[in-house]
Design a protein around this ligand. Structure first.
Ligand SMILES: [Zn+2]
Length: 380
């Protein structure tokens, strides 16, 4: 018996229909389509750990910290910087590839991929696989990891070639296969979640899922398909950078839907709050909201204060994007279009939080677990 964990980035519920994704639709008819509510912020660590951000420690790709300056990074042309930054990190054993940011006060929130024992401060699902002597193949381009042996497996950076590669190297000798389809997320951001281009991409993704699943027998094998979030249509962008006070006694980081702040004194905080209060399509998160979203962290590396935009707005420019945003995700999780999906070929509940996925998979594999925030969705 094999288990396939197929992560399809940015699939939202209404995409799984007969016209756009006929294959996933047929699976959903058979096994049901679940609604998957991600944890607050830009991190998928809740999937891999089964605990909320306040325990695994992650909120977004970057957190506050001193980045060591490399002279070469300063002088290299922009399009090479990203490769060089990731190559240097890889040679140091840090294999979680990141978009390079030229910001001296911020560092990546995570350095190593999720299969590494020490990638986070809590246990991951891969630790449980190892403890139970289950063999796994974790394909997270360009890494091909089989039971902790990592190979760099370069092919063109798109889902079509990744699937071809996976099918080519596939052998029936693992217990768990983990595969990640990515391209839909990019299309949602660039063209918008309801665009013609995205609809075409849905067909491609559906076809690729079908190809991957042809390697498995759904009568015998376990199937977990999931997406980490949906995609919300952007009706307006907000230039937060332009309204922030020009002073050097505070730091800010601009993600797509939230602006995070660190202050050195009270006056700076007051000045920033005054500016933020002039923006009508967002608000500063209260302590209660942080608790409710389980982002009440023990330290302030992820931000002292967070300004969150309302659904359908996006921060532009932000630290990852200066040009155009037609779709965005990760708001306050009240918009259905912001949420992800899951399909599991077992009898399960149909609404889940991201933290429930880890205990559910462990339950399917008959692995005991404890101290997780999530609950198994299996109905016995
Ligand atoms: Zn995205």
């Amino acid at each position: 018996m094999k288990t396939l964990i197929l992560w399809i980035d940015a699939v939202r519920q209404d995409y799984v229909n007969e016209k756009d994704m006929p294959f996933l639709y047929s699976l959903s008819k058979k096994y049901g389509l679940g609604e998957l509510k991600q944890s607050f912020g830009f991190s998928s660590a809740s999937f891999f750990t089964g605990v909320y951000p306040n325990k695994h420690g992650q909120l977004a790709l970057y957190k506050k910290g001193k980045q060591k300056k490399s002279l070469l990074l300063k002088i290299l042309p922009n399009f090479i910087k990203n490769y060089y930054f990731n190559l240097i990190n890889y040679l140091k054993g840090n294999d979680l590839f990141m978009p390079y940011l030229d910001k001296k006060d911020f560092i990546p929130s995570q350095k190593k991929q999720f299969h590494h024992q020490d990638c986070l401060k809590v246990k991951t699902i891969f630790d449980s696989f190892r403890e139970n002597k289950l063999k796994y193949l974790y394909y997270q381009w360009p890494l091909m990891v089989t039971n902790n042996k990592t190979k760099l497996s370069f092919c063109k950076n798109n889902d079509l070639t990744r699937v071809k590669k996976f099918i080519k190297i596939f052998k029936n000798n693992q217990d768990i296969y983990f595969f990640h389809l990515w391209d839909l997320d990019k299309y949602g951001h660039i063209y918008g979640p309801e665009s013609k281009q995205l609809r075409l991409k849905l067909k491609e993704q559906d076809n690729l899922a079908k190809k991957i699943l042809s390697l498995f027998n759904l009568e015998k094998d376990n199937l977990i398909i999931w997406s980490d979030h949906g995609m919300v249509n952007i009706k307006q962008t907000v230039n937060i950078q332009s309204i922030l006070p020009k002073r050097s006694d505070y730091l800010y980081f601009l993600d797509g839907t939230m602006a995070r702040f660190w202050f050195t004194n009270k006056e700076a905080k007051e000045a920033v709050f005054k500016s933020l209060n002039s923006i009508k399509c967002g608000h500063i998160l209260s302590q209660e909201e942080k608790k409710k979203h389980k982002i009440d962290f023990k330290n302030e590396d992820n931000g002292e204060e967070i300004f969150l935009l309302d659904n359908s707005y996006a921060i532009l420019p932000n630290f990852f994007n200066k040009d155009i945003i037609k779709g965005m995700h990760d708001y306050d999780l009240t918009d259905k279009n912001d949420l992800g999906i899951f399909i599991i070929n077992k009898k399960t509940g149909k609404t889940a939080n991201m933290v429930d996925m880890c205990p559910t998979i462990l339950d399917i594999l008959n692995i005991k677990y404890k101290d997780l925030d999530g609950k198994s969705l299996l109905i016995q």
